[in-house]
Design a protein around this ligand. Structure first.
Ligand SMILES: [Ca+2]
Ligand SMILES: [Ca+2]
Length: 253
C-alpha cells in the first residue's frame, strides 16, 4: 500500500465512523508593522557604560609582553602591584609570558627562588641546585647589571652537603613597593647562558638583550630579591583614566 492509499483509506474509515479530521489552526503570519511615526522615548538618564565623553581608556595596543624565565620560581611586582606568579613552582623550567600595561617610571620587583629545602639548602636530598633569572618587558626593559639583587636564603653554607647549614634573613616589609629603599642593596651579578643552562622553553621566547642575573652565588643563594627602577623621560600615557578597582589584597603584600 502506498502512503497516499493509506491516508485515503484512513479518511474513509473515519468518515464511516462519523469522525472528522481536526486540522490544527496555523499561527497567523505576523504582518510587517508599518513604519513608526511615534517620537522615540527620551533616553534613560542613568550613566551609560563606557564612561563620560572625553574618557580615553587603555587598549590592548598599549600593552606589552613581559616574559620571565626563573630557575626555579618567581613572583613579579610592577609599580607595587603583583602582576605575575610562576604557575609552576618546579620542573619544567617554564617561561611565563603575560600582557602588562606599562607605566613609567617603572619599579620592578621580583622574588626568585631556586629549588632548595629551607632547612638544608639542598634539593633531591643531597644535591645543590642553581638559580638564574632572565626577564624582558616589551622591547627594551631587560635584566642586566644595573638591577639590584639581594640574597635572603643561602646554603648549604660552604657547599657542605654532609652537615648542611643555612642562613635565612627575614624578607623586608614592602620590598616590592616603588618607594622601598634599596640603596644599600648590591648590584646583580650577570651570568652567562652557559653558566645558567636554561632549558628549551627559554629559547622559544624573545629574551634578546636580556642577561641572566642572580646574587653572588648561583648555586648557594636560593632566595633572591631583585629590584629595578626604569625611567623613560618624556613618556606620556595615552589614556586619561586609571583603574578604580582595589587589588591591594594581593598575596605577600
Ligand atoms: Ca641552590
Ligand atoms: Ca634550580
Amino acid at each position: 500500500m502506498t502512503r497516499t492509499h493509506e491516508i485515503v483509506c484512513r479518511l474513509g474509515v473515519m468518515a464511516a465512523l462519523g469522525l472528522t479530521l481536526a486540522v490544527p489552526a496555523q499561527d497567523p503570519v505576523p504582518a510587517t508593522p508599518p513604519p513608526s511615526t511615534a517620537r522615540p522615548e527620551p533616553r534613560d538618564k542613568k550613566p551609560r557604560k563606557g564612561g563620560p565623553p572625553g574618557l580615553v581608556k587603555p587598549a590592548m595596543a598599549d600593552t606589552v609582553k613581559a616574559r620571565v624565565y626563573a630557575d626555579n620560581w618567581f613572583m613579579l611586582y610592577i609599580n607595587g602591584e603583583l602582576v605575575a606568579v610562576d604557575s609552576i613552582k618546579f620542573t619544567p623550567h617554564n617561561v611565563v609570558s603575560v600582557d602588562i600595561l606599562p607605566e613609567y617610571p617603572m619599579t620592578i620587583a621580583v622574588m626568585a627562588k631556586d629549588n632548595a629545602d629551607p632547612a638544608t639548602g639542598l634539593e633531591y636530598g643531597t644535591s645543590i641546585g642553581d638559580g638564574g633569572l632572565c626577564l624582558k618587558i616589551g622591547e627594551d626593559v631587560v635584566t642586566g647589571p644595573d638591577w639590584k639583587a639581594k640574597c635572603f636564603f643561602h646554603g648549604p653554607i660552604h657547599g657542605d652537603t654532609t652537615r648542611p647549614r643555612v642562613r635565612q634573613d627575614p624578607i623586608p616589609d614592602g620590598w616590592w613597593k616603588p618607594g622601598f629603599d634599596d640603596a644599600q642593596w648590591p648590584k646583580a651579578k650577570v651570568f652567562t647562558e652557559q653558566e645558567v643552562g636554561p632549558k628549551p622553553p627559554y629559547f622559544e621566547h624573545d629574551f634578546k638583550g636580556a642577561s641572566f642575573i642572580w646574587s653572588d652565588d648561583l648555586a648557594l643563594d636560593n632566595t633572591v630579591l631583585f629590584r629595578a627602577h626604569i625611567e623613560k623621560p618624556g613618556w606620556m600615557k595615552r589614556w586619561n583614566t586609571k583603574a578604580d578597582l582595589d587589588v591591594s589584597g594581593a598575596p605577600l603584600k
